[in-house]
Each structure stands twice: as structure tokens, then as C-alpha cells.
Design a binder for this molecule. Sequence first.
Ligand code: BG6
Length: 501
Amino acid sequence: MKIPDPHIIVIFGASGDLTKRKLIPAIHQLFINHLLPDDFVILGTSRTPLTEEEFRHRMTEFLPTDEEKNIQFLNKIYYQTIDYELTEDYVKLKTRLESLNQSLNIPANYLFYLSTPPNLYDVIPEKLALADLNSQSDGFRRLIIEKPFGNNLKSARLLNISLLKNYEENQIFRIDHYLGKETVQNLMVTRFANGIFEPVWNRNFIGRVEISSAESLGVEGRGGYYDHSGAMRDMVQNHLLQVVGMVAMEPPVIIEADAIRHEVMKVFQSLRPIKPEDLQKQVIRGQYTASTIKGQALPGYREESGVDPGSHTETFIAMKFFIDNWRWAGVPFFIRTGKKLPTRVTEIVIEFKPTPHHLFDQNGIEQNKPNQLIIRIQPDEGLLLKFNMKEPGAGFSVNQVNMDFHYSSLAEIQLSSAYERLLLDCLHGDATLFSRGDTVEAAWIFIQPILDAWANDPSIPIYGYPAGTWGPYESDGLMDGEMTWRYPCKNLADDGLYCEL
Ligand code: BG6
């Protein structure tokens, strides 16, 4: 495995939750797995005045306790307080970086990780540039920008313009942690390394595609942020559309950042805009209400702290749309995501068209169900193929059975976290699994008219659903005829004898 060049990772917003929960554990794991060079350090910065010792201590909260190498790792962590708005604080930051370079003999390769509130995503890069920390004359300078990238199409465009004033596109890494998930990357391998799937991956054989990302948790103390975001901005505009991109794209010419991102861009450009008159037939929004599950009272969304008691923010979305291109013409895509659903699961269902003639129907009742390929993103990552088999015995009774693969069966393989993969890729300068500026805008172009309609037309309903259920039943109305959503359990092969919720 190639090891990145020696470097300093500078984390802005280092006193926040993401740093101790995700970033430091991910860097720690890379360190333990010998995937980082010996010469690297982390410089945390934030407004909070902290000593280096205090900061190091905070960073231990989510590290494994029994790890002998923790002390060695913690010694690589430094801290500096910063006022994000003050240009002179970036000059001080530069002096600090230079002193670390000299004292530790590390070249001037800097990765700036922006884990701050989004209103600083243009301020910090601009101030870094004023301190000449954008120029790559003596080492790399890369920016990782957390989501949300903009709050709407206009702000995303302005943010791109502001960043591109001082940085090249290949210095900007817009993170979408879904692309760091092993199973999302495996989509490309499933599609493009298997002769059995490639010929059937199109409108001739696929009847519909369904992508569900359910969460059992609610807003978990993030009510203040979430109430201004909602499921469309929080999950659909980024994570779920990126998954659509991977399912629907054409084979890239090579496995390389721009080749892949061109193909994702083409998918986004082919998304058929949802017309105002079709909005209510194609997009269902919902919000969870109070309920009692197994004797436990669950609060409704409007009772959560930080949420406006009269809030119209959606915690659930189900939508149907089309991709107007040669491969997907006429195939409906369905997306569903929500908070406080019965379980946490993300999966893709590729449903194949039925056989043209039903030989085995009994008494006029259809026996064979359409084949489905289910790609489980999380948890219990794996693949499941559902197909029809003859029930042993007399006659021709048909039953659907499962053929499944679970990543967990690869006992010696440990799946790395999305943040490990993405941080490492960025340190290698590989932007394949990061969103490009134009694709982020293209995703907003698709979503924005829906957000505008909701903002401007209060008569568009937002349906309540009791916390702990699969969302408003109106979402079933998106599907024609006999079709229904797959209601997955935590375990991948759900229609056996048990269903774990
Ligand atoms: C984040 C959203 O980007 O993704 C959260 O802000 C959401 O609201 C999370 O819970 C889901 O990520 P995962 O990896 O748990 O599916």
C-alpha cells in the first residue's frame, strides 16, 4: 500500500463533535494500520481556548482505551486557538505550521479540514489565501469541505466561485461520506467487473430502482441545524443522489477521478425536472409525530429541542423520478429516507422486469415474483439476489428464494470507516470519491424547484407519521399497481424466519 507524503493535517472546528467522534478515530485507525507516514502531525484549531494537554485529553474519548500506541498517537496532536475572522490569526497559524515543519522536519504539505459551521466555508479558505497558505510552491495545500455544500443552488454556486478564486479545483475536496462507504464503491465493481450484470443493467431488463436510507434515530440534539435543513438537504441532495449516480452512470473510461465524476455529472444532467403540477404525485414529505412503541413514549419532531414547535421541516421524503437518457428511459427511480423509522438500514433494490409469459400461474394467480438484486450499504453489508424456485414435490409451485453474500463472511477483512478511506484518498490527492463543484450544483438544480415549491406554496401537504413507523402511508401511492417498497429488516435476507428490527 502506498503511503502518503509526510504532512500536517489542520482541523478547523477541532473542539466540535465531528473531530472527536469521527476524524480523530479515523486518523488513529490509519496510524494503527501503518497507512500514514511516520512524519505527520495534527494541528487542531478552534475558537475555544484550550491547552495542548486539554485538547489531547478530549480527543481520547472515542479512541480504543486499551491501545498501547495511543500515547505515541496523542503526541502527534497539537492545538492552537483561532479567531476565524481575524486575518492576523492566520498569519500566526502560518508561523506555527512553519515552526512544526522545522522542529519535526516535516515538509510543508498541509491538509486543511473544515469541520466548522457552514457559514465559515468561504471565510477560512479566503483568509488562508491571504496568509499565502493556498499556494503549492513548496508542498501540497488541500481543503476538505464538509457538507452541507450550500443551503440552496445560489449559495452553492457562490461558494464554488469564492473557493475557485484562490484554489484550483484539484485542491478542493467536497466530502460526502456516503462515497467513502465500502459498499457504495463496490457498486462500481459489481456493475463493471461482472459479465452477468453488465448486459442487463438497463431499461430493457430493469423495471425499477429503489434506494432507501432509513434511520431509527431522530435529530439527536441537532434540532437547531436540522430544522433549517430537513431531509431533502440533509440526505437527498448529497448522499442519496451520489448513490443514484453510482447506480446509473455509464462505465467510466478509466478508474480516475475526473473520468468517474464526468459520468456522475451526466446522470445528474439527465435527471428529469419534476414539474410543479407533478410535485405532489412524485414527492411525499413527512414529519414524525409522538408515539408509543413497546410502552416507551417517543416525542414528536416538534417537541425536540432546537425545533420550532410549528415547524414544517420534513424528516421523511419519498420520491419518484426519471433519468432521461438512453440507458434509463422509462425506468422509475424511487428514493426514500427518514428519521425515526423502525430500523437503520440503507439499501438499493434493483428490480428486474418479469418474464414475458407466466407459465406457472395457478388459478389465474401469478406465482413468480420479479427478481431483485439488493445491494445492502449498511448494516450487514452485502448482496442478495432473489429468484424463483420450484417448490419440491408435485406440480409446479413457485417460491422466491435468496442467494446472499455478507461482507462479514470475509472474516479476515475489516471494513474501514468512510472517513478513513476519504482522508487517506485526500492525502494521496485522489478526488475520485469526492464531489466535484459542477456535480454539486447539478444536484442542487434538480432539488431546488422542489424546495422552492414547498417554501412558496403552504397548501402542499406535509404528512405526519408516528415515530417508529415506515413514514406516511401516502408514500405507497408513488408506486403503481401491485408494486410496494421493500420493507427491510436489519438482517439482509429478511424473508426467512426472523426479522430483526
Ligand atoms: C449525515 C446527516 O450527513 O448523514 C445525518 O447529516 C445522517 O442527519 C447521517 O444521520 C447518516 O449517515 P450514516 O452514515 O449513518 O448513514
